[in-house]
Design a binder for this molecule. Structure first.
Ligand SMILES: Cc1cc2nc3c(=O)[nH]c(=O)nc-3n(C[C@H](O)[C@H](O)[C@H](O)COP(=O)(O)OP(=O)(O)OC[C@H]3O[C@@H](n4cnc5c(N)ncnc54)[C@H](O)[C@@H]3O)c2cc1C
Length: 278
């Protein structure tokens, strides 16, 4: 149908980004192609060391999945998105395709080895998430392609992660957020991935913060170094959610807390987290 209807047609998934934009007349597609009628597009599967999500899988299904509970950072993300109504309709595929700078999924998934499967007339191609999101609201998708599946490599043994966001209220996007996924060998951090949300036009991979942890023993000193490097990596804009300075300080504090939780989880601890509300 996308091919038949041409450039003025838009895909509709959960409608939680597209319908508000249409109500505001920021989007005005001539045709909507409703993906909700296509069966088999919503699933969560563990398969040969990967976790696979159908693009139409709702945030709420991910939140409540026993398979997903094995990778706590994914549960943190799904459970913290907006309110129950949005989580019941919104989809992981729609969220990545929208590439909203404030969206949660791209931040969390960039701390894991994530591949986005894109389906078009000529078949399917796999795109690394880092290459899929090009800019704010801009992805690698061609107009007549859709996201069919999201594939995540299961983290290694001894791994733990956490995602924390600071929000003014549940049904609004975060002011800032931090995702941390690391792997420990004893007290030494052998692998670390840190991504920052809402402090740039896309999720920011905080390479210097990761380097501050990698190969180091976990201590107050390494946590502080990583948090400081994350603060420096942030590139926020001042807006109604806070000044750029405020957001930079906030994201450093979130990274520090998220590392602490990720370490406890990597050591086998069951740590429940929820976002922090103003
Ligand atoms: C009040 C409110 C609060 C929210 N708060 C948050 C929040 O805190 N954090 C957060 O992350 N999100 C938040 N959201 C957004 C929500 O997560 C959406 O679910 C998500 O951004 C888009 O998913 P969707 O399935 O609703 O997509 P839709 O709105 O249906 O589509 C969004 C865009 O993606 C395209 N698209 C959809 N599916 C595909 C596909 N499979 N392949 C290619 N293109 C596709 C559509 O054509 C459209 O351009 C909020 C939404 C609302 C209404």
């Amino acid at each position: 149908m996308l091919f038949q209807l041409g450039d003025d047609a838009k895909l509709l998934a959960g409608g939680q980004s597209l319908i508000p934009l249409m109500k505001l007349r920021f989007a005005n597609p001539t045709h909507l192609v409703d993906l909700n009628f296509i069966s088999g597009t919503s699933f969560i599967r563990e398969d040969k060391g990967t976790l696979r999500f159908g693009s139409l899988t709702r945030h709420a299904e991910i939140e409540n999945s026993a398979i997903v509970a094995k990778v706590p950072i994914l549960h943190d993300c799904a459970a913290g998105i907006a309110d129950v109504q949005v989580r019941n309709r919104g989809t992981i595929g729609g969220s990545l395709a929208e590439a909203d700078p404030s969206g949660d999924w791209a931040v969390v998934l960039s701390t894991l080895a994530t591949e986005v499967r894109c389906l078009g007339k000529h078949g399917e191609r796999a795109v690394d998430l880092q290459d899929f999101i090009k800019d704010a609201y801009t992805t690698d998708l061609a107009h007549n392609e859709l996201v069919s599946e999201i594939v995540i490599k299961m983290p290694a043994k001894g791994s733990g992660g956490a995602y924390l966001a600071f929000k003014r209220a549940a049904p609004v996007y975060p002011t800032a957020s931090a995702a941390v996924q690391l792997t420990l060998d004893g007290n030494v951090c052998v692998e670390a991935a840190i991504a920052l949300g809402c402090v740039g036009l896309t999720a920011i991979k905080a390479g210097d913060a990761e380097a501050a942890l990698r190969g180091q023993s976990i201590s107050e000193k390494t946590l502080s170094a990583a948090a400081e490097a994350a603060r420096a990596a942030a590139d926020p804009q001042s807006d109604m959610r806070g000044s750029a300075d405020y957001k930079r300080t906030l994201v450093g504090a979130l990274v520090r807390r998220a590392i602490d939780i990720a370490v406890r989880r990597a050591r086998g601890g069951r740590v429940e987290v929820s976002h922090i509300y103003a």
